[in-house]
Design a protein around this ligand. Structure first.
Ligand SMILES: [Zn+2]
Length: 244
């Protein structure tokens, strides 16, 4: 009976450990850190993408400005070269020159604004890179803590399972079946210790008739109140964490 009790203790401890592995709070923290990193990476990617587009726009604008500047120079040269004598044609050229100059100024202003925007965007991307790196370091640390904790718990679990196997090998199949039936009926706690004539499963005094049976190691004595199989422990045995 005491072996069955020990088996129950081991099974309960294994259950607690499995739950700790399955529902470890560090899993939640690692998951949160992972999400933070994903968000930081997304924000950085967006900023970099937009920066790339702005730079492309600037490049195109610079080419346009070059073309306009060349056009302006050529027009200006022709207008004052004396080649064109026709007054009407000269007037047309002057209008055209003013218009080109205006386009040039407008474009220059636009490009200046774009350069400022790019500078701002670069600063933003720089800040986001810092945030991403921080989030990555945080995630790595959380993952490391989780891995460490899980390795520790799994090691503990392995040890308990090994103990359980050794113990189970020393229990007769008939008793194992009894243990399983009782465990199923009482949510894993089919056996209860009796300490000072009290059933530790339901905290009720056991009857004097049952008390006598408990001294017979072969007898199966059940608590009349909760139905658990009773195992008698002396006070000393409970203090010393009995192991056979
Ligand atoms: Zn009981």
């Amino acid at each position: 009976m005491k072996r069955l009790w020990k088996l129950q203790e081991l099974d309960l401890a294994i259950g607690v450990l499995e739950d700790k592995i399955e529902n470890n709070p560090l899993r939640q923290e690692a998951g949160t850190a992972e999400e933070c990193l994903a968000r930081a990476e997304e924000a950085l990617n967006r900023a970099e993408q937009s920066l790339k587009e702005q730079r492309k726009k600037l490049k195109r604008g610079e080419l346009d400005l070059e073309a306009i500047t060349t056009e302006y120079k050529e027009l200006h040269q022709r207008l004052y070269s004396g080649e064109v004598k026709n007054i009407k044609e000269l007037e047309q050229m002057e209008i055209r020159l003013r218009s080109v100059k205006q386009n040039q100024l407008t474009l220059e202003e636009k490009l200046l604004g774009l350069m400022e925007a790019i500078e701002e965007q670069e600063e933003l991307a720089h800040g986001l890179t810092g945030q991403r790196d921080k989030a990555a370091a945080e995630r790595q640390e959380r993952q490391r803590q989780l891995d460490e904790e899980l390795a520790r718990l799994r090691n503990e679990l392995d040890q308990l399972q090994e103990q359980r196997e050794l113990l189970a090998a020393r229990i007769e199949p008939k008793q194992m079946q009894l243990y399983r039936d009782l465990a199923r009926r009482h949510q894993g706690r089919g056996l209860a210790r009796v300490i000072n004539d009290i059933c530790q499963g339901c905290s009720v005094f056991i009857s004097s008739a049952q008390r006598g049976f408990l001294y017979d190691p072969e007898a199966l004595v059940y608590c009349e109140n909760c139905g658990r199989l009773l195992v008698r422990f002396t006070e000393e045995e409970t203090r010393t964490d009995w192991v056979e």
